[in-house]
Design a protein around this ligand. Structure first.
Ligand code: ZN
Length: 215
């Protein structure tokens, strides 16, 4: 009976795949997995480890190098919320989290400003936390200032742009925190977040991102 039901499910899945074939969100090829095998092949993980990228961050890791395909992936996540893709990216974050062997008290998705949240409908950093231990995820780091898009600015302007942008609403005395974000480039955002978390008492702040530009 169980077997018959299993087969029926399999057949209905095959039928659904035939009626609504899944397309790879990157190359648009028909594929049952997301991203497709070809795109996955060209996405070899780099596990870039940053050695104390700023005075407030105690460690930072990026799973993939931020270039061509990973830029496309991050853009798709941010602007089109491809759910298949966000599930896959969240699974990558979970794997990297497990491999890092961290013992953190809290996980903090890098926040977006409420007006951006209202416009986009979601925070991409929060989507990346989907597979992480739910009881550790907190939202007490808040983005107060609606800042200009960082990618248009020089490294100095980026830092200046973010001054006073974040605030933390929780006492983090003695706590170890892991920040989650989609991308690290200059590290300006992570630096500012880590600074605020340290000012709230955190003793260790790390960052895990989906992609990163090597420094
Ligand atoms: Zn593809």
């Amino acid at each position: 009976m169980i077997r018959a039901r299993y087969s029926l499910n399999n057949y209905s899945n095959l039928l659904l795949d035939w009626i609504f074939p899944t397309k790879c969100p990157i190359c648009r090829a028909l594929s049952t997995v997301c991203p497709c095998e070809d795109c996955l092949q060209s996405l070899s993980p780099h596990n870039i480890e940053y050695d104390r990228p700023t005075s407030f961050l105690d460690g930072a890791r990026a799973i993939y190098r931020y270039q061509s395909l990973t830029v496309d992936l991050v853009q798709l996540l941010k602007y089109q919320r491809q759910t298949n893709l966000s599930h896959w990216m969240a699974a990558q974050i979970r794997e990297a989290y497990d491999n890092w062997l961290l013992d953190v008290d809290y996980i903090v998705p890098v926040p977006v400003h409420r007006t951006r949240l209202a416009w986009r409908g979601f925070n991409q950093s929060h989507l990346l936390c989907t597979d992480l231990p739910e009881h550790k995820i907190i939202f007490d780091l808040v983005r107060m200032k609606r800042t200009r898009a960082q990618f248009r600015l020089s490294p100095q302007q980026r830092q200046q742009n973010l001054v006073g942008a974040f605030t933390c609403n929780r006492d983090l005395k003695g706590k170890k925190i892991l920040l989650i974000d989609d991308v690290i480039t200059t590290g300006a955002t992570a630096h500012e977040c880590a600074k605020v978390l340290k000012e709230s008492g955190a003793i260790w702040v790390g960052l895990l991102t989906f992609a990163g530009t090597p420094r």
